[in-house]
Design a protein around this ligand. Structure first.
Ligand code: T5A
Length: 215
């Protein structure tokens, strides 16, 4: 029987450096001989999910309710799990997702103030006890993250237009998640330079790799 693949998620505020971190993970898995790892993202990962992502990030929907936001990310997630994540894991592929349900606890639960309980109901409904094998939390000071995003100069999406209280609440919610599940989470100081963040990311996954390559 094929051994199920590993499910890795990467989380953090805007400008934490997830994209950079994902590149380091990709290189690490390649060096470790992990075949055809699947890199995906949320919201998104399927044609339907990407369409919902477009709406969620679009500043024209600035008045969207927190409830509608939470339901939409879980609608995209249900499709992502059914069409992409579960099938890939079942064939033994590793799946690495740029964000997953911890982002909903952080942004909708914390940032929007919905709280954990209602997110937990949706989580239970959509994916029951299924959780990532490892979650890398790139913890960044919101002002550092925002200045990185600003220097990229690509315009602000609907979330990037939020202000400090929103990001501080999201950061605190992430920290609570990490404290509650220390076996799953690895916290990475994302205020550090890119090469140091990449080094921390590699160290955070080393124990999951096959023994021959866990160096
Ligand atoms: N969302 C998502 C919810 O509200 N609920 C949910 O359930 C889910 C799943 C998705 C948005 O959706 C929300 C959260 C998000 O707002 P996204 O594109 O996934 O959007 O997330 P963003 O955080 O917006 O992505 P960013 O591209 O802005 O952030 P990254 O990927 O963390 O940052 P990255 O790597 O692109 O870096 C940004 C810039 O900083 C530089 C990079 O070169 C780049 O220019 N940089 C560094 N500079 C110095 N030192 C470092 N260590 C650096 N790391 C990166």
């Amino acid at each position: 029987m094929t051994e199920r693949g590993r499910f890795i998620t990467v989380e953090g505020l805007e400008g934490a450096g997830k994209t950079t971190c994902l590149r380091a993970i990709e290189q690490m898995l390649e060096e470790a001989g992990i075949e055809r790892p699947l890199f995906t993202r949320e919201p998104g990962g399927t044609p339907f999910g990407e369409a919902l992502r477009g709406a969620l990030l679009d500043p024209q929907y600035s008045g969207l309710s927190a409830e509608a936001e939470a339901l939409t990310v879980f609608a995209a997630r249900a499709e992502h799990l059914a069409q992409v994540i579960h099938p890939a894991l079942a064939t033994g592929r590793w799946v690495v997702s740029d964000r997953f349900t911890d982002a909903t606890y952080a942004y909708q639960g914390g940032g929007r103030g919905l709280g954990d309980e209602r997110i937990a109901v949706l989580e239970q409904w959509v994916h029951g006890g299924f959780v990532p094998d490892r979650t890398l939390l790139l913890d960044v000071d919101p002002s550092v993250g925002r200045s990185r995003v600003a220097s990229r100069g690509s315009g602000e999406d609907r979330f990037e237009q939020e202000q400090d209280p929103f990001f501080l609440a999201a950061r605190a919610a992430y920290a609570r998640r990490a404290a509650a599940e220390p076996a799953r989470f690895r916290c990475i100081d994302a205020n550090r330079p890119e090469d140091d963040v990449a080094r921390q990311a590699r160290a955070a996954l080393a124990d999951l790799l096959p023994a021959r390559s866990a160096s």
